[in-house]
Ligand binder design. Structure first.
Ligand SMILES: Cc1cc2nc3c(=O)[nH]c(=O)nc-3n(C[C@H](O)[C@H](O)[C@H](O)COP(=O)(O)O)c2cc1C
Length: 162
């Protein structure tokens, strides 16, 4: 099967967009954009993300054994683009964030953020599946809607009129 056909079909599944944040070995904030996210379990509260084995954020996350998942709002397309770049530049320049209870970067203007401890890892081909246990929740007051990603493009939510 050709990779391009696989990507095309996978792109037909609409998702939200998250930024995964953690701390590098020097305690500096680091992060990346990810849409391979799913809620996993209510009791205990578990979620999972899938990160490319080549990503710099993954190396730091495995060392820190904790990460935050930030659900982006439709006002944050630029934040998503910024965190989808490689880590050579400081992605947190001019980005609004604060330290959460676990010391992780919690981004401002998001719909919600979850600080997690790393509960498990599973192999997933060229990605690693990371299971996070929710430790602290953040839900700022906002009127924003989610940022969506579909067929390689950013989209906004549109209510269906019934
Ligand atoms: C909308 C969108 C969703 C993405 N989702 C993922 C994902 O779920 N997992 C992943 O490994 N990379 C994903 N990426 C790509 C990473 O954000 C990108 O490779 C980033 O440069 C990795 O940064 P790092 O190497 O500095 O950690 C996504 C990119 C975009 C634009």
């Amino acid at each position: 099967m050709e990779g391009i056909a696989w990507r095309g079909i996978m792109g037909k599944f609409a998702t939200g967009v998250t930024v995964i944040t953690t701390l590098d070995e020097a305690g500096r904030p680091i992060g990346m954009t990810a849409n391979a996210f799913t809620s996993l379990s209510l009791e205990p509260p578990l979620l999972l993300i899938c990160l490319d084995k080549g990503s710099s954020t993954l190396v730091s996350l495995l060392a820190a054994r904790k990460f935050a998942v930030n659900f982006l709002a439709d006002t944050q397309e630029e934040v998503s683009r910024r965190f989808a770049r490689k880590s050579e530049t400081d992605k947190f320049d001019e980005v609004d964030y604060r330290e959460g209870e676990l010391g992780l970067p919690v981004l401002g203007s998001c719909l919600a953020s979850v600080e997690c401890s790393l509960a498990d890892t599973l192999d997933g081909g060229d990605h690693l599946i990371l299971v996070g246990q929710g430790e602290f929740l953040y839900e700022p007051e906002t009127q924003s809607s989610p940022l969506l990603f579909y067929q390689g493009k950013y989209r906004a939510l549109q209510a269906l009129e019934i």
